[in-house]
Design a protein around this ligand. Structure first.
Ligand SMILES: [Zn+2]
Length: 90
């Protein structure tokens, strides 16, 4: 299993939706791969945090992510992608 494959299984692993054999593979990989172990821990904390939030969230994560991209685009539109040039006057 590659790290990319493991990351795709992390969500199902943490929500207990994997078959026993798949769980074993994930745990074996995580026990030998520090990178994925870090991912697993941070992912688990994220899941726990999300579950502890109230149901009436102001924004679903996907929408928040889209908004973030919109904000980035808007920022670049206003200030330009290259911000190093200091204009003299206007
Ligand atoms: Zn890995």
């Amino acid at each position: 299993m590659t790290c990319a494959e493991l990351l795709q299984l992390l969500d199902d692993y943490l929500t207990g939706q994997l078959f026993y054999e798949q769980q074993q593979v994930v745990e074996l990989h995580v026990s030998t791969c520090e990178h994925c172990r870090t991912q697993l821990i941070s992912y688990r904390y994220t899941l726990l945090a999300v579950r502890q939030l109230p149901k009436q969230l102001p924004l679903p994560p996907q929408l928040a992510q889209r908004l973030w991209h919109v904000m980035q685009a808007e920022y670049q539109r206003l200030y330009g992608p290259d911000n190093t040039h200091q204009g003299s006057g206007g």
